[in-house]
Ligand binder design. Structure first.
Ligand SMILES: C[S@@+](CC[C@H](N)C(=O)[O-])C[C@H]1O[C@@H](n2cnc3c(N)ncnc32)[C@H](O)[C@@H]1O
Length: 238
């Protein structure tokens, strides 16, 4: 069950409209110039994680997609939304090169090889939203607080952080997710770890968010219909 701690629950009809197939089609189309292997990867990613739901929650304005990978979430946020300008950053130069050849062609999307700390030092308070999908688990847990503090520094006083991770809830989805990521990171090397590979309970992340200067608006399970225990944290600058 979703647990809400403030904001009105996200209306079912609204979510359905936001996850419209038009948006997903436009986002996928931005990858058309990539080799089939990368297009297939992006398509599989779209169907295995609720990135369209996350993108739909983003406001207008300047948005940073931190740990953007191939740029699928950036594409979903930017496609057909000229009221948003999105910058995707990732330390993996290979992924940023795919992103540049894909959604980098959208008018309102840009990509850069960078760490969150670099962007936060360069453009403090410049973003209306920071979106992060499945990045923290790749960092050592000791680095999570610093990462969230940097996200906080990027945001304007009205800004919002949309953070999606998989939660360690002891379910079969959680165990499957751990196994799958071991394969992706250590065996196939499709995903680049920054020294970590671990999941934590949602309460752990909620506390870290508060400690980093956020006011938690909402925590929502997005696991339904997926084989991964996706959880979304919506946090505002406190
Ligand atoms: C599982 S992928 C998720 C990509 C994208 N957010 C998505 O949802 O499709 C995790 C990404 O985090 C990036 N990453 C790893 N360490 C990072 C760090 N310290 N800061 C930012 N991104 C990092 C990886 O390079 C990888 O592209």
């Amino acid at each position: 069950m979703p647990s809400t701690t403030g904001l009105r629950p996200y209306a079912r009809a609204e979510r359905k409209a936001d996850r419209s197939s038009d948006n997903r089609r436009a986002a996928l189309a931005s990858f058309d110039a990539l080799p089939w292997r990368e297009r297939l990867f992006v398509r599989a990613r779209l169907f295995s994680a609720p990135l369209a739901t996350l993108a739909a929650r983003a406001p207008s304005g300047r948005i940073a997609d931190v740990g953007c990978g191939h740029g699928l979430l950036t594409a979903l946020v930017a496609a057909d939304r000229p009221d948003r300008t999105v910058v995707g950053i990732d330390p993996d130069a290979r992924k940023i090169s795919w992103a540049l050849r894909g959604p980098g062609r959208l008018q309102n999307a840009a990509f850069e090889v960078a760490a969150i700390e670099t962007l936060a030092a360069r453009e403090p308070g410049a973003y209306d939203a920071v979106v992060v999908a499945d990045v923290l688990y790749l960092l050592p847990v000791e680095a999570w607080a610093g990462f969230l503090q940097a996200a906080r520094r990027l945001l304007s006083p009205e800004g919002v952080l949309l953070l999606k991770e998989a939660e360690a809830d002891g379910s079969w989805k959680h165990r499957k997710c751990e196994l799958q990521e071991q394969v992706m990171v250590r065996l196939l090397r499709r995903t680049q770890s920054s020294g970590g590979l671990q999941f934590r309970a949602r309460a752990f992340l909620e506390q870290l968010l508060r400690d980093a200067g956020f006011k938690l608006s909402e925590t929502e399970s997005l696991a339904r219909g997926y084989s991964t225990p996706h959880v979304l944290f919506v946090a505002r600058v406190d």
